[in-house]
Design a protein around this ligand. Structure first.
Ligand code: FAD
Ligand code: FES
Ligand code: MG
Length: 301
């Protein structure tokens, strides 16, 4: 794991620490943090492709995050998050020894891991965190895994050695060419397809626009393509409707029907539109975060 900054506070023994305590924290890229958290109920049940929803404090928003790894023996789960707004910055303020208020999970349907044959795992940015457990499970099941990992620049590449370790072939792309192929993950995938790699399936996980482009690349070749969708989620249990997506003309709730769907059936335009629904409120919340020095308003009451 790439470590830009490692916190070394050793406050508690894992065995005696209270549930949801952070036992490890590393900054793995600018604005991207990896934490290990005590959550034995989730660690014993988690499967690749699933996620958790957490609340930092009593008045916090709920944050959906993918389960990256889990450890049955010590009951911890690993989460990787990018600080993009108020709530992820609030989570980033917690340190080793601090406890997250609550974490619900594992949520969502697990990935369908089976012997496809040759599988391309294509991922971008923090989406690599979600792709890693799937690539690992596919490799352990005997598939030939060809990974294409992308980021805007070299600094933003995450889980590079981990992805390489679970891949038969491994490619890197950066938008600015600072590492690997200069360009997009979709360019490399298209090149591999045109070289007759004969993929039996493609997993694509990253920003919605990237997943849409991958779907457009594989559609003419009729390659089974699976994407993991990240619509706004609130309850994560199929009751609020926030995560509504249209797949094959039908309404699906990504939290319970997904998050993985057939990429060729997803209405990406609607997904991208709905993800922008609250940008005004999100910007204003971020301003508040800056003015209050990252302190949650609930702590002022
Ligand atoms: P805000 O400023 O509130 O929002 C920034 C943008 O994030 C919004 O414009 C919107 O597009 C999106 N967003 C906001 N709230 C939510 C929400 N409740 N659910 C989904 N998207 C939201 N991010 C990671 O960094 N690592 C992960 O492993 C990861 N896994 C995810 C798994 C799932 C199933 C889903 C649905 C999302 C996942 N995300 C992950 C995205 C993460 O949940 C959002 O970035 C986070 O909730 C943003 O909160 P914020 O208050 O910091 O940002
Ligand atoms: Fe509420 Fe999916 S998050 S229905
Ligand atoms: Mg928010």
């Amino acid at each position: 794991m790439q470590k830009l900054q490692q916190q070394t506070i050793q406050t508690t023994e894992i065995a005696t620490a209270k549930t949801h305590t952070i036992t490890d924290k590393k900054q793995i890229a600018p604005q991207i943090t990896q934490i290990d958290v005590i959550a034995p109920d989730i660690a014993t049940k988690a499967k690749a492709g699933q996620f958790a929803i957490l609340k930092v404090h009593e008045n916090s928003e709920r944050i959906p995050l993918t389960l990256v790894t889990w450890n049955n023996k010590n009951g911890t789960i690993t989460l990787i998050f990018q600080e993009v707004g108020f709530s992820t910055k609030e989570l980033g303020k917690l340190n080793i020894g601090d406890a997250i208020l609550n974490i619900a999970g594992p949520l969502g349907k697990p990935s369908e891991i089976k012997g496809y044959g040759k599988v391309a795992v294509v991922c971008g940015g923090v989406g690599t965190a979600a792709a890693y457990p799937i690539a690992k499970a596919l490799k352990e099941t005997g598939n030939t895994v060809i990974s294409v990992v992308g980021a805007r620049n070299q600094e933003l590449l995450v889980l590079e050695p981990e992805m390489q370790a679970v891949s038969n072939e491994f490619y890197i792309t950066t938008d600015d060419g600072s590492k690997g192929h200069k360009g997009f993950v979709s360019d490399v995938l298209k090149t591999l397809i045109d070289k007759n790699y004969g993929f039996d399936a493609v997993y694509a996980i990253g920003p919605p626009i990237m997943m849409k482009v991958i779907a457009d690349v594989t559609r003419p070749y009729k390659i089974k393509t699976i994407v993991s969708l990240n619509p706004i989620m609130v309850d994560g249990m199929g009751m609020c409707g926030a995560c509504r997506v249209t797949v094959g003309g039908q309404t699906k709730f990504a939290c319970v029907d997904g998050p993985e769907f057939d990429a060729h059936q997803v209405d990406f335009k609607e997904l991208i539109q709905r993800l922008k629904s609250y940008v005004t409120e999100e910007k204003s919340a971020l301003q508040t975060h800056r003015h209050e020095g990252g302190k949650c308003r609930c702590q002022n009451q």
